[in-house]
Design a protein around this ligand. Structure first.
Ligand SMILES: Cc1ncc(C[n+]2csc(CCOP(=O)(O)OP(=O)(O)O)c2C)c(N)n1
Ligand code: SF4
Ligand SMILES: [Mg+2]
Length: 277
């Protein structure tokens, strides 16, 4: 008897019936398109993928896919995803976040997820603002960005997510632009295929609270160099680039985290007896 071969899914089959409520023109629409194109290219059935998120406009994305999904607590998507991946290593785990969710409240999880190097892909839709809560500055907001909520700007040095990811041990680092959905889909495909923790920063404009970001489409350009496997070299390049270099910037060769499933060295009852004595 021959095994039944399931036809591959088309990108549209990775979309749910829920209509996105993002503002017209929000960059996140294109990110959703890139997700579905990437999943189709990988030939993975939707039930083999889990899309995990926190809270924010960007974090709504799991509901718009037909994959397994979990719209978790603000800033805690990586902890949730790490537990899922360790328990269900057969699933492809993709984590979706925003610059507020992932770098403010979730900043500590970000560092340790890179360090642990569990095999999953982390996508941050970075719009340099808290979109969902109406425009507060995030860790990537420019210091001089002047609004009623931050008069005169915060004056604070922005966080540098790609360099922090490299310093913390991420195994794949890339920057993408939502307005180039095919290119972004290819980067997501490569990130998912790469073993270990892959991090993609997607510049995704918030047209409502950062209309100035509409100019990003004219500022982005392909990274002028090939990806390196040297984290020091990648960091130096990223520290000195203009923030609009698009492409895969680092491919590491660290061994992904493995759950040690060996025999327990002590029985629980034995430990309990030790505590009692
Ligand atoms: C524990 C907790 N603190 C604060 C909030 C309020 N909150 C919801 S979304 C958000 C920021 C979202 O910004 P970002 O992650 O950049 O997503 P965007 O909306 O820009 O895509 C905040 C502070 C919350 N929901 N839960
Ligand atoms: S507020 Fe900004 S990030 Fe949120 S849906 Fe609207 S454009 Fe997108
Ligand atoms: Mg944001």
């Amino acid at each position: 008897m021959t095994a039944e071969v399931r036809p591959l899914c088309k990108p549209a089959e990775y979309k749910s019936d829920i209509k996105p409520v993002w503002c017209p023109g929000c960059g996140d629409y294109h990110v959703l398109m890139s997700f579905t194109r990437a999943f189709a290219e990988l030939g993975l059935p939707p039930e083999q993928i889990a899309v995990i998120s926190g809270i924010g406009c960007s974090s709504r994305i799991p509901a718009y896919t037909s994959c397994y999904g979990f719209h978790g607590v603000h800033g805690r998507s990586l902890a949730l995803a790490a537990g899922l991946k360790v328990a269900r290593s057969d699933l492809t785990v993709v984590v979706a976040s925003g610059d507020g969710d992932g770098y403010s409240i979730g900043g500590n999880h970000f560092i340790h997820a890179c360090r642990r190097n569990i095999d999953m892909t982390y996508v941050v839709m970075d719009n340099h603002i808290y979109g969902m809560t109406k425009g507060q500055p995030s860790p990537t907001t420019e210091p001089e960005f002047d609004t009623a909520l931050s008069p005169g700007g915060t004056g604070l040095r922005p966080f540098h997510p790609l360099v922090i990811a490299l310093a913390s041990g991420a195994n794949f680092v890339a920057r993408a632009f939502s307005g180039n959905p095919n290119e972004t889909a290819s980067i997501i495909v490569e990130a998912i295929r790469h073993p270990g923790f892959s991090f993609i920063e997607i510049l995704s404009p918030c047209v409502t609270f950062r209309p100035d970001e509409k100019a990003w489409k004219d500022l982005v350009h392909p990274a002028p160099v090939e990806a390196t496997n040297d984290p020091g070299k990648a960091s130096r390049r990223i520290m000195t680039d203009d923030g609009f270099n698009i492409g895969i910037l680092y491919r590491g060769d660290r061994r992904p985290y493995q759950l040690h499933m060996g025999q327990a060295s002590a029985e629980l009852a034995e430990l309990e007896r030790e505590f009692e004595t």
